[in-house]
Design a protein around this ligand. Structure first.
Ligand code: ATP
Ligand code: MG
Length: 332
């Protein structure tokens, strides 16, 4: 494919060269110059990621398959994410950027889902130069530096969206982010046609946090104790307690920002705590990814090695599917 693409370009250039010979030398020089520049650009774009359909092409079936086959135990999150991203990417003229807020216990797949979204929008996935991941404690560690962080972050967002309107920004540890910093990105999430000549409406913002994780666990435990199927759980079962714990909690960064009351977040996505059977699934998936034959015995050993809570019922994995990697190094 690559070679034929280049041949075609050369052919076009040579043909252009023959045609321009019929004209005067100055025009010829200009046209060949333009042709060479265009060829150069085409070849460059072929090998180097650029903000076009070759590098940014939403794969709706790919996202659905990934969520169905790779994400375990998250039927609610899976449904919301698929609908939200599908709807947004198929809308040629969105009124605002897509803003998703992913909440839940540790190791339940929040970063993992962000990665699946990136992989099905950008050919380069998380390595794309249009995907930007910020981690509060890493990128914005010092409260005394907030003013500097604010202006750097605003410049980064503006500069990158000016360069490519289909940019993805992921903010990890959102609950540890300074409220002032959250407020500084608010204008970009809003219903503006353009801000200083830049349109932010085709970008995606994903916020990740553990905020609300405990209330989601409580609801999941209620279901388990009532002997109800986890899959019966719906968004409406979680919404009230989630909003109480996230938005009415004055320790939460969200509480002190107007992100919520200005309705700038389009979807709150709850992640359920993972059970033993999901740990088995994660372990087998990891074995497959390493080129090993998924082995039930090894998966059982790994799953049994993890800690579960509450203390006596031992229903949910304390670390979700995290740390499976290192356990597998030991048992496989
Ligand atoms: N629901 C899941 N389905 C499949 N794999 C999962 C799931 N949850 C976690 N994993 C696996 O565990 C790894 C760690 O999960 P991830 O980083 O997404 O957790 P997280 O929800 O972001 O946790 P934290 O709140 O601690 O940041 C993932 O890379 C993935 O391999
Ligand atoms: Mg995470």
């Amino acid at each position: 494919m690559k070679v034929s693409g280049i041949c075609l370009c050369l052919h076009v250039l040579l043909t252009a060269g023959v045609l321009v010979n019929a004209f005067d030398p100055i025009t010829t020089t200009v046209l060949v110059g333009v042709g060479t520049a265009a060829l150069g650009r085409t070849i460059y774009n072929y090998f180097h990621e650029s903000c076009d359909k070759k590098w940014i092409a939403f794969n709706a079936t790919g996202l659905q398959t990934d969520l169905d086959e790779k994400l375990f135990g998250q039927h609610i999150a899976s449904r919301i994410v698929l609908k939200a991203v599908n709807g947004f990417m198929n809308n040629e003229n969105p009124k605002k950027p897509l803003v998703l807020s992913l909440h839940g216990w540790t190791g339940t797949g929040k970063n993992f889902v962000s990665k699946l979204i990136a992989e099905n929008v950008y050919k380069e996935g998380m390595h794309s130069s249009f995907v930007h991941l910020f981690t509060s404690t890493l990128h914005f560690p010092h409260p005394s530096q907030i003013a500097t962080y604010k202006s750097q972050l605003q410049q980064w967002i503006k500069g990158n969206i000016s360069n490519c309107e289909r940019s993805l920004f992921i903010f990890d540890e959102m609950d540890k982010m300074h409220p002032g910093l959250i407020d500084s990105i608010k204008p970009y999430l809003d219903y503006y046609d353009k801000l200083d000549g830049v349109s932010y409406r085709k970008s995606i913002f994903i916020f990740l946090s553990n905020a609300g994780g405990e209330s989601i666990v409580e609801t999941a435990l209620d279901f388990w104790r009532a002997g109800r199927d986890r899959e019966e759980m719906e968004l409406k079962d979680l919404e009230t307690s989630l909003s109480l714990s996230v938005f009415n909690n004055n320790k939460s960064g969200f509480y002190r920002t107007s992100l919520i009351d200005k309705n700038l977040v389009d979807f709150f996505v709850p992640f359920l705590p993972l059970e033993y059977k999901h740990i088995i699934q994660c372990t087998k998936a990891e074995m497959k990814a390493r080129g090993l034959e998924p082995d039930q015995n090894v998966a059982n050993k790994v799953a049994k090695d993890l800690v579960y809570f509450p203390k006596f019922d031992r229903v949910f994995s304390v670390k979700g599917c995290k740390t499976i990697d290192s356990k597998l190094d030991y048992y496989a």
